[in-house]
Design a binder for this molecule. Structure first.
Ligand code: ATP
Length: 774
């Protein structure tokens, strides 16, 4: 995730006072945002104030508006809900309440306000800012404050952060909290899935979202649900027939269970409400299925935030403070958003207005507009969902001459989402008339099995076989680190024998290397003159051509779980430092991002290495931290060390050095989570992105259908890597990425987008800067 811009330098003279409040429904990650805002404000020599209980605190003032110190937000990152409280405040909806709020802000000397909440809260913020000059005038004319009192507060800076579980704000791909909520939903669906399969039952799961179907759509994509109901794209009035037809088709193809996900605000195209019980009656009476309803309710509020929400909240909190410091009276108030992997600012008024338009468009039955007003990602996920649940829809089928035999292969270590990508690819093939062909156990499997028993390693995949793979970890078709160069000739022979006309490769750096070898092998082997796409899948996230590999989010979630547990275990002894080794090969991505998510004291990466001065510096810092400690360190400190950060300093040696220096004042332990980092069930983010990128990859391969081998070989994009780059999802030609963006000896991209984030980790943990030359 990238956060744009150079940090502003601290303002000379007057200390700015920045207030932060959380409002509306609580959302996991709000605390991480408050922590980042408080610490970043202090870092920029401003004063930070928390306004407790949302706008209620702003209206009531007094002790509900309190200065915050660095230590006050310790431990916030891993806590769910909002520790500074939230409320729905009627008084703030009326001008007299806002007048009172203005008076309270001025009396505390606060001239900038960061509001974390949903569209209602941001609307309130916008109304407040628009009214601000009038409120000041009234405070003076009613003699509540003097001209001199209000003079320094002529301009109120407002910055919005979107904290909301249902991801309902336009102009941002994600809101703080939505992925944690999705995680809880997917856990629930995965749980009922097993019982549904056992009893061949149907389950209807109702999820939150009155005007927004994001949770229902994403849960549908992540779990491979049979049918979804969302408000933005309602089904026809005859939905009961469509539902029964889809469900029965899936049953005929071999599915033993039926999962239907319905958003709270589900309607048909005539705006008639659709309830879970209506769906239940249809499935029970017409489809004759044993059907149950599960309403998830407040479980979806989420609890402990997932890795993505901690990251998003932290980076957006950091950017919110920068935005406050960069704001001028002539600039519109911003809301901090994210597009793909890039943190960006959008005008708050426009984002709120566009969000409200969605509900209006739905009420006007202009569903095309409603879909259009959601972000581009939403539409793409919807299309991906539709096509991957569409088995056997004649209108989607390509003409026979455009249908291909598409090989699917996994290369490298397993990563969460590999199976979801494969399931999506298989489902896409069935929808379009292609034949999905599994190449089992990577290239060595293909080479070895071919010589042993020719048919073993290559097999067409049936729709029903892959249908249950959405939520499965590991690799169902087997994966292997071996490369085609072990025996290029046999690989070419197998490709020709089984008439492989396109190749979908899912894997990490080895997959990248493998496709590079096949591309170069085209000179000698015609069989390789086929389109090939790599979908990066590795926990290390070190594939050139992308900022995100599927599996890396699952890994981060596993790591934060491990670190949270270590930290908590230190709550009795308090003064304990954990030195934890992360995987990641020669890329410090996982260590750094995990550091961001858990608030690590320091992160050691292979890019930077470890030296004695660095250790000495951090041990000194630890001494200071524990010296200052008056019992606020309720849990341990964590240092994350990438497995290849140093050939000399292992986590055990570092932990021993710290313990030795602690002289009984603090102690140290080391931990190696090892393969635990691959996670068990893939995270929803890895699953949904696997589906989306899987479908895109197949569409890319399909675009070569009907072309001659030489035409294909001449097109640089005929071997490509799909990836996120900043705010875009792109296919990059392998040859260009290999030559210009790859650090081959270090097996990582030449430019690693996340390098600046190390500075954020250091700043927010209070780690003093290393002196030059250390
Ligand atoms: P969620 O997405 O969880 O519902 P939200 O921020 O949309 O969060 P709301 O209840 O709509 O939640 O709004 C929270 C608070 O924001 C309200 O209780 C009110 O104090 C304030 N607010 C909302 N709309 C306005 C408005 N038009 N004018 C002034 N204040 C408002």
């Amino acid at each position: 995730m990238t956060s744009g811009g150079v940090p502003p330098t601290p303002l000379p003279g007057k200390k700015r006072r920045i207030g932060v409040l959380t409002s509306g429904g609580d959302a996991p990650g709000m605390n991480g945002a408050v922590r980042a805002i408080v610490r970043m404000a202090i870092h920029y020599e401003c004063e930070a104030f928390a306004i407790y209980e949302g706008y209620d605190g702003l209206v009531k003032g007094g002790d509900l508006i309190r200065p915050m110190a660095w230590e006050d937000v310790r431990g916030f990152l891993s806590e769910g809900g909002t520790l500074i409280g939230t409320a729905r405040c009627k008084e703030f909806m009326q001008r007299p309440g806002r007048l009172q709020a203005a008076r309270n802000l001025i009396s505390k000397g606060i001239d900038a306000l960061i509001v974390i909440g949903g569209d209602g809260s941001l609307t309130g913020a916008d109304v407040f800012r628009a009214e601000w000059p009038g409120l000041l005038e009234e405070l003076v004319s009613s003699s509540q404050l003097s001209e001199q009192d209000v003079e320094p507060f002529k301009h109120l800076n407002i910055v919005g952060l979107v904290g909301s579980i249902d991801n309902d704000l336009s102009m941002t791909d994600a809101t703080i909290g939505c992925y944690t909520s999705l995680t809880r939903i997917c856990e629930a669906v995965d749980s009922v899935d097993t019982t549904a399969t056992s009893h061949q039952r149907a389950f209807i799961i109702e999820v939150m979202g009155r005007h927004c179907g994001w949770l229902a759509l994403m849960a549908g994509v992540a779990t491979g649900a049979d049918f979804i109901f969302i408000p933005e794209n309602p089904c026809q009035e005859t939905w009961a027939e469509d539902l029964c037809a889809t469900v029965q088709k899936h049953r005929k193809l071999g599915k033993r269970k039926t999962i239907v996900i319905i958003a709270e605000g589900a309607i048909d195209e005539k705006l008639n409400k659709i309830t879970p019980n209506m769906v239940k009656d249809i499935l029970s009476n017409q489809a004759k299925l044993d059907t149950r309803v599960t309403t998830l309710g407040h479980v979806q509020r989420g609890g402990t935030p997932c890795a993505y929400d901690r990251m998003l909240a932290t980076l957006q909190g950091v950017d919110a403070v920068k935005a406050v410091l960069e704001c001028t009276p002539d600039k519109p108030s911003p809301v901090i958003c994210i597009v793909e992997n890039k943190i960006c600012r959008r005008p708050l008024v426009e984002a709120v207005a566009q969000t409200k338009e969605v509900a209006v468009a739905i009420n006007n039955k202009d569903f095309e507009k409603a879909m259009h007003l959601r972000d581009a990602e939403f539409q793409e996920y919807y299309n991906a969902y539709k096509i991957t649940t569409a088995a056997d829809q004649p209108h989607l089928m390509l003409p026979p001459e455009k249908r291909m035999r598409i090989g699917i292969i996994h290369v490298g270590a397993p990563a969460g989402g590999m199976n979801a990508a494969t399931r999506a690819a298989v489902a896409y093939c069935f929808a379009r008339g292609h034949t999905p062909v599994a190449l089992y156990n990577g290239f060595p499997g293909l080479i070895r099995h071919h010589s042993d028993k020719p048919l073993g390693a290559v097999r067409d995949i049936a729709w029903a076989e892959a249908e249950s793979w959405s939520s499965k970890g590991g690799s169902e078709i087997g994966t292997n680190r071996g490369l085609p160069s072990e025996d290029l000739e046999t690989v070419a022979y197998v490709f020709s024998t089984y008439n492989i006309q396109a190749l979908f490769v899912v894997g990490g750096f080895e997959a990248f290397t493998a496709v590079s070898e096949l591309r170069k092998g085209r000179e000698h082997y015609k069989a390789f003159k086929i389109p090939m796409v790599i979908l990066p899948a590795t926990i290390s996230n070190n594939v050139p051509g992308t900022e995100y590999s599927i599996g890396s989010d699952t890994c981060l979630n596993a790591l934060i779980q491990y670190c949270d547990a270590c930290r908590q275990s230190a709550s009795a002894s308090r003064r304990r430092v954990f030195v934890i080794e992360t995987q990641g090969g020669k890329s410090g991505y996982i260590a750094t991002l995990a550091g961001l998510c858990i608030g690590a004291l320091a992160v050691y990466t292979p890019e930077e290495g470890i030296n004695i001065k660095m250790l000495d510096h951090d041990i000194d810092h630890l001494r200071n931290v524990f010296l200052r400690d008056r019992g606020q360190n309720r849990a341990g400190k964590i240092i994350l060390v990438n497995e290849q950060a140093s050939k000399v300093y292992s986590v055990q040696i570092i932990a021993d050095m710290i313990a030795e220096a602690g002289k009984g004042k603090f102690e140290s332990r080391h931990g190696v989570p090892g393969h635990f980092q691959q996670g068990t069930t893939p995270s929803p983010m890895d699953r949904v992105r696997a589906v989306r990128f899987g479908v895109r990859s197949l569409q890319h391969l399909e675009s070569f259908a009907g072309k001659s081998r030489s035409e294909i070989a001449e097109d640089p994009l005929s071997t490509a890597v799909i990836g996120i780059q900043g705010a875009k999802v792109l296919f990059s030609p392998m040859e260009v990425v290999e030559k210009h963006h790859t650090d081959w000896p270090a097996r990582r991209p030449l430019n690693e987008f996340w390098m600046d984030l190390k500075e954020v980790v250091n700043t927010l943990s209070g780690r003093p800067p290393l002196k030059q030359g250390s």
